[in-house]
Write a protein that binds this ligand. Structure first.
Ligand SMILES: [Zn+2]
Length: 110
């Protein structure tokens, strides 16, 4: 099994088994990244991956994961943009009992 060297932003160069490396390919953008759990700090690191890096990692045995951008990104947005005041009001609303029922009532009335 191949051993790979990668760079963690906090720990610098680290080595791991290729099985600890995951290649992520976005079907929506055709952009790729690879990620790994740093063996020193245990935080996940993610890096952009050019096509030749993807091919090399996959040939060595890295796991491949496909994903897509959320469909909501392509929805047509209408109405006014949410403001900081809207977010603050929503935050306070969540602190009170019955927030879901009140929110649904407002949506039905609109
Ligand atoms: Zn690290």
């Amino acid at each position: 099994m191949a051993t790979v060297r990668a760079n963690c932003a906090d720990c610098g160069d680290v080595e791991m088994s290729i099985r600890q490396v995951q290649v992520e390919v976005c079907r929506s953008t055709d952009l790729s990244t690879y990620s790994f759990l740093c063996p020193k700090c245990r935080l996940r690191a993610s890096k952009a991956a050019a096509p030749h890096v993807v091919q090399t990692l996959l040939a060595a045995g890295a796991t491949l994961v496909y994903w897509e951008m959320p469909a909501e990104l392509w929805e047509v947005k209408s109405g006014p943009a949410i403001t900081h005041d809207d977010l603050l009001a929503f935050h306070y609303d969540l602190d009170e009992e019955g927030w879901l029922q009140r929110s649904l009532s407002r949506q039905r009335a609109a």
